[in-house]
Design a protein around this ligand. Structure first.
Ligand code: 13P
Ligand code: SF4
Length: 330
């Protein structure tokens, strides 16, 4: 079957079944095209909650499908590929507990910590955060969530992305540290876990210098998962949706070099848009999902035996939902 035939079969299946295909901006173009709902992680979570079809077919990474299942337990959520975001993999329940223990050893009581987890994390981490009174954030709303959390007068533990935590702290004029970096966490307002996104780590100060020298006047726009040294030097730092808005609203002749995932940047503007790295910044897990996988999962629904269905145990789902709903309420 060629690509066009496969796409047609997918469209036919979508028309026959009670399904909504959801696709993150980082998906391959041909998969993204099949999405009924497309967006960044926050938009997808919100818009999928409001959807009324029996099945959500989520083309993205595991924590995204899991979040939909937690927020809408009545929906059946299946994923063409249950691929795990590399950053989300860097922390689990055990490492979360150990981080709290390290802060206690450093003289900070657990009661004085308000945890915030980036949505790029497993349900077990979200559940622990929910139990401790904390909440989830995405890169679109991290500043709002941290502002709200600061109002409680506690130390913020931010997991798992140290870059997002440090970048927001810098923007807000707050002190941050990374667990294990030798700084006394008692001195910091935001204590970050030492996780990161390997894709967004690809962008370097040399890349920025290269483009600024080659094209004077070029703008540099990056995602806040990039290292603080990159974000400090950029003209614009924003989440996936914020980057799309910024870049697509630039005058057509304005050059811009973008530091985020390849597939998304590649479909933004026909000209004057550059990828801020000579190494292809493609997210390997987002790219695992193929049209064949999407077809196979839809076929399995039609045959009454859905594959790759997302399940979350009741206790974990209960507390993780509380952490997610605290975010949604803001
Ligand atoms: P968004 O929240 O911007 O969709 O980002 C998710 C992600 O994984 C970025 O690397
Ligand atoms: Fe995870 Fe990075 Fe891929 Fe985003 S780009 S899904 S943070 S590995």
């Amino acid at each position: 079957m060629n690509t066009e035939e496969l796409k047609q079969k997918i469209i036919d299946l979508k028309n026959r079944l009670s399904v909504t295909v959801v696709a993150h901006f980082y998906q391959r173009d041909e998969v993204f095209e099949m999405g009924d709902i497309t967006g960044d992680s926050l938009e997808l979570a919100k818009r999928t909650m409001a959807d009324d079809k029996e099945f959500v077919v989520f083309c993205g990474v595991g924590f995204m499908g899991q979040s939909v299942k937690i927020l809408s337990p009545e929906k059946r959520v299946v994923m063409p590929k249950v691929a795990c975001c590399a950053m989300a993999k860097m922390i689990d329940g055990l490492y979360y507990d150990q981080s709290i223990a390290k802060l206690e050893e450093a003289g900070i009581k657990a009661d004085d910590i308000l945890p915030i987890t980036y949505i790029n994390s497993d349900a077990a981490v979200k559940a622990r955060v929910g139990k401790m009174g904390g909440m989830v954030c995405t890169s679109s709303n991290a500043k709002i969530i941290i502002t709200k959390a600061l109002g409680e007068g506690k130390k913020i533990l931010f997991v798992p992305d140290r870059c997002l935590g440090q970048n927001i702290a810098r923007q807000m004029g707050l002190k941050s540290c990374v667990i294990g970096d030798g700084t006394d966490p008692k001195e910091a307002d935001i204590i970050c876990y030492d996780g990161f996104c390997s894709v967004h780590q690809l962008f370097s100060v040399e890349d920025i210098e290269f483009y600024r020298n080659k094209y004077p006047g070029i703008l540099i726009a990056v995602h806040p998962e990039c290292d603080p040294a990159i974000c400090e030097r950029a003209d614009f730092v924003g989440s996936t949706s914020q980057l799309i808005k910024y870049i697509t609203e630039l005058p057509a002749n304005q050059k811009v070099a973008v530091g985020t995932e390849f597939n998304m940047v590649n479909r933004l503007r026909p000209s004057n848009t550059y990828i801020l790295s000579s190494t292809k910044p493609e997210c390997p897990t987002m790219n695992e999902t193929t049209l064949e996988d999407l077809y196979a999962v839809l076929k399995s629904i039609e045959e009454g035996a859905p594959i790759n269905e997302i399940e979350v145990d009741e206790d974990t789902a209960h507390w993780a939902k509380i952490a997610l709903e605290r975010m949604m309420a803001l």
